[in-house]
Design a protein around this ligand. Structure first.
Ligand code: NAI
Length: 333
């Protein structure tokens, strides 16, 4: 089928080209992000392939539909950037890649935690300037600490298992507790208990109406002083202004962020020459105890290969009029 790819990056093209040699869709790669302004590029393409920072709101979807789209194939697990109600109303099917490598994301969450705790970035810059002093580099043993995992689906459950391996006590909160984790010694508790007992909190819930800004002034105040917060979920799980306030008054010990509320026009782009217009992100970047990566938790070769294969297979299933096992509907929210 003719597929219009939006927000295409060099790092993913190799995997898609390789997978498509076997599958044989007619792919056209577009660099711009998909918005109502760029949607017309996809005129006469029955399939639109979108990424996490494309804006699939009602206005964009209406244009896509008018231009002949039938299927939105997301090359991501998250689908919070799609107005599923509007898609359904317009008769547009939406498919996604539910699990490509939950290990990639959980391992990145651990990477952020370890780098922050042992001050690796700071230590590395110092050593490169031939400053071999250890002042200001004191971390803590992870073994024996309490880790709170918010959301124990595919990624959160791997995170819980890894942290168990470090000798941590793992607390969890999920609307659907996982008995396999309970058997491993993970303890499901209330949100209030998780906030008040955890030394480290890692976010792995999807973004939806109930989880939007769940980390806010009130929840931060319930957390232990010095808590480390890791977010590889979605930026809007955190009220960034409240996060900054908590960093400023020293309550929050550190924040490791792979996602940011307003990342849409920033992440995945090289702004090194044009500069940063976002004052909130600019403020976040001034804290020595904040580590930010640009939504790269998924970025392993294994994950990229799987994303390519599943995305193209999702499109093939649609072409063959088969049942769409990876379809997301408004009722999935
Ligand atoms: P999943 O669907 O397997 O797990 C999500 C878990 O959250 C489920 O167990 C669900 O019951 C729970 N949950 C949902 N709403 C909740 C609520 N209000 N309170 C408590 N628990 C709730 O999803 P998966 O694959 O583990 O991914 C989690 C999130 O990670 C995705 O939604 C996506 O936003 C993010 N992600 C980030 C990536 C990155 O590169 N930074 C890559 C892939 C996913």
């Amino acid at each position: 089928m003719k597929v219009a790819f939006f927000d295409v990056h060099r790092f993913e093209r190799k995997s898609f080209d390789a997978a498509n040699q076997r599958i044989g869709h007619e792919i056209v790669y577009f660099e711009p992000r998909l918005t109502a302004e760029t949607a017309k590029l996809a005129a006469n393409f029955p399939v639109i392939c979108a990424f996490v920072n494309d804006r699939l709101n009602e206005a964009t979807l209406e244009i896509l539909k008018k231009e002949g789209a039938q299927l939105i194939a997301l090359r991501s697990a998250g689908f919070n950037h799609v107005d599923l109600v509007a898609a359904q109303k317009l008769g547009l099917k939406v498919v996604r890649v539910p699990a490509y490598s939950p290990h990639a994301v959980a391992e990145h969450a651990v990477t952020l935690l370890l780098a922050l705790n042992r001050k690796i970035i700071r230590a590395n810059s110092r050593v490169r300037e031939l400053n071999f002093s250890l002042e200001g580099l004191v971390g803590f043993d992870l073994c024996g600490k309490t880790v709170g995992i918010l959301g124990t689906g595919r990624i959160g459950s791997i995170m819980a298992t890894i942290m168990k391996g470090f000798g941590c006590q793992v607390l969890a909160y999920d609307v659907f507790p996982n008995p396999e984790l309970t058997a491993l010694g993970v303890k499901y508790v209330t949100l209030t208990e998780l906030y008040s007992r955890s030394d480290i909190i890692s976010l792995h819930v999807p973004l939806n109406e109930t989880t939007h800004h769940m980390i806010n002034e009130k929840s931060l105040a319930q957390m232990k002083s010095g808590v480390f917060l890791i977010n590889t979920g979605r930026g809007r799980l955190i009220d960034t202004k409240a996060l900054i306030a908590s960093l400023k008054n020293g309550h929050l010990g550190a924040a490791g962020l792979d996602v940011y509320e307003e990342e849409e026009n920033i992440f995945f782009q090289d702004l090194s020459e044009s500069g940063l217009q976002d004052d909130i992100l600019a403020r976040l970047l001034t804290f020595p105890n904040v580590l930010i990566t640009s939504h790269q938790a998924f970025l392993t070769q294994e994950a990229l290969n799987k994303i390519a294969e599943v995305t193209l297979e999702n499109i093939s299933s649609f072409e063959r009029n088969e049942e769409l096992t990876n379809e997301v509907k408004a009722s999935s929210i």
